[in-house]
Design a protein around this ligand. Structure first.
Ligand code: HEC
Length: 133
């Protein structure tokens, strides 16, 4: 009985690093995939941002940022672009969702932070050139 239980534990100790490596591998593979604006990015913006970033919405009225379309996103706020193609880290869009700004600008405003997965998607899309694909 004890032997069997020990063996079970031992095989888990072997299995865990394998599972972990597999997880890392699939994360790497995901990074290689092309992110689509229409199929990946826009649905996330619609879900997490459109409540406020369309005409008459609080975010649009305060900043001028209209997130209904690719053109609106690329135009940015009344102060200028929030996306720098190829440079996610320098893009304001990523700074506000990753909470690297003054907390008043964290987005979505007064809402739960986006998941790591949602944020990575936007980051990959920008680093892949922020295309209208
Ligand atoms: C509940 C309303 C609300 C939601 C949801 C929301 N925003 Fe905003 N957003 C605002 C408001 C209000 C401002 C103006 C903030 C200010 O200037 O103090 C703003 C401003 C911004 C700005 C400009 C920041 C700057 O540098 O001036 C960006 C970029 C932005 N939002 C992106 C987003 C993104 C991306 C999402 C979705 C993940 C989102 N917002 C969701 C209300 C919202």
């Amino acid at each position: 009985m004890i032997v069997r239980r020990t063996r079970g534990l031992f095989s888990w100790m072997l299995a865990l690093p394998v599972l972990f490596a597999g997880g890392l591998w699939s994360l790497g593979a995901a990074a290689q995939e092309t992110v689509s604006f229409k199929e990946d990015v826009l649905p996330v913006l619609e879900l997490r941002c459109l409540e406020c970033h369309l005409p008459d919405g609080a975010g649009y009225e305060a900043s001028g940022l209209d997130l209904r379309t690719y053109e609106g996103l690329m135009k940015g706020t009344k102060h200028g672009p929030v996306v720098t193609p190829g440079r996610a880290f320098e893009s304001n869009l990523i700074a506000v969702i990753d909470q690297r700004t003054d907390s008043q600008l964290w987005m979505p405003h007064n809402r739960k932070q986006m998941s790591k997965c949602e944020r990575l998607l936007l980051r990959f899309w920008i680093n892949q050139g922020a295309k209208d694909n």
